[in-house]
Ligand binder design. Structure first.
Ligand code: SF4
Length: 357
């Protein structure tokens, strides 16, 4: 029997005003900054790794300078394998931390260390450790969108692309799960696997704004459209999806599916890569609460929007602000991350093996 439930710790949210870091720049200023960033990347022996949710201008710069645009795990993997001595991470803080944990010898800089994530903020390490202590019989699985300290307290770290597989594997071994921090992703994983999961009460302020009723209306307007949903969204949205997946999986779906029109429920930053990957296709933003009520959401992460040309150029120039992680915490987080990376590598081998047979 599944024992899925939501525990409500005293989570601490704050919701910064959404803004675009570079919105006051003129076209000439932008071009000058882009040029300066290209030079600095060369001079500082640095490489730019950017998340799919950052501004399209940063994504283009990362691509054209030999960096990468990816999801959080791939960003960290790319950074670890790239020979550059400095990583410039355009994303949110936990991404910089993961890069630093996997490549402790490199200097990891970010445009703005204040760029965080509501899932990270809503899962303070001390409260989370106390929660884990109350449930010593459970295997602790945390999502990548957490601080290094929370990862260090966990048995496993997972990304959205591998969460179902890892929890299904643990469930088969008879293990009960303590899951944090995203209750929507946890609920989705629980329903997919049937595992016994106790859920932390966290959420992504962008994805939880997507609305099921309005999505059903939009689908009626576009009957041929396929619906792509990130599993950080509420169940009423997820259950209408043709594809539920991580950012990389959703981009792949746009290119591989035959449909011409897609309704997309994830951060609007992803449209840049989707348009690039499938230029002829029509992409429609899934409706949020902001559409119908008090304009609370524009489906764009306010923390991702803190990454800009100006702050990136300044970070490369100064080699600051640097991401640092306490070595003891980093060692603990590395253990949980390595468990996931090992599992992912093993699964990839099995898939290859199946393909050869
Ligand atoms: S989009 Fe949501 S999950 Fe992603 S960084 Fe922003 S708040 Fe966190």
């Amino acid at each position: 029997m599944s024992d899925s439930s939501v525990i409500e710790p005293s989570t601490r949210y704050f919701r910064p005003e959404a803004f675009t870091a570079d919105e006051t720049l003129t076209g000439d200023e932008r071009e000058a900054l882009r040029q300066r960033i290209r030079e600095l990347l060369r001079e500082r022996d640095a490489v730019l790794v950017a998340h799919y949710y950052t501004d399209a201008e940063l994504q283009r710069l990362a691509d054209e300078t030999g960096g990468c645009v990816a999801d959080s795990l791939e960003m960290a993997r790319f950074g670890a394998e790239h020979p550059a001595s400095m990583l410039a991470v355009a994303g949110v803080r936990f991404m910089g931390e993961t890069a630093k944990i996997l490549t402790p010898d490199k200097r990891v800089v970010m445009p703005d260390l204040e760029a965080t994530c509501s899932l990270d903020v809503g899962c303070p390490a001390d409260e989370f450790a106390a929660f884990c202590d109350q449930h010593p019989d459970r295997t602790v699985v945390v999502y990548a969108n957490t601080s290094a300290a929370v990862k260090a307290r966990a048995d496993w770290v997972v990304t959205s692309s591998i969460a179902v597989d890892v929890v299904a594997h643990l469930h088969e071994r008879g293990e009960k799960i303590l899951w944090a921090p995203d209750k929507y992703l946890g609920d989705y994983v629980q329903r997919q696997t049937g595992a016994d999961m106790l859920l932390w009460d966290g959420s992504c302020i962008v994805h939880e704004e997507f609305r099921g009723l309005e999505l059903a209306d939009l689908r009626r307007e576009h009957p041929g459209a396929r619906v792509l949903v990130h599993p950080e969204s509420p169940a009423a949205v997820v259950e209408q999806a043709d594809v539920v997946g991580s950012t990389s999986q959703l981009i792949r779906a746009v290119t591989e599916m035959e449909a011409e029109t897609f309704i997309v429920a994830t951060d609007a930053g992803i449209f840049h890569k989707m348009h690039e990957a499938a230029p002829g296709k029509t992409l429609i933003e899934a409706p949020t609460a902001g559409r119908s009520a008090t304009c609370r959401s524009c489906a764009h992460c306010p923390w991702m929007a803190m990454n800009g040309l100006r702050s990136l150029a300044a970070a490369l120039e100064a080699g600051e602000p640097q991401v640092t992680v306490d070595p003891e915490v980093a060692a603990g987080a590395r253990r949980s991350l390595d468990r996931m990376l090992g599992f992912a590598a093993e699964r990839a081998q099995q898939v290859l093996g199946t393909g050869d047979a």
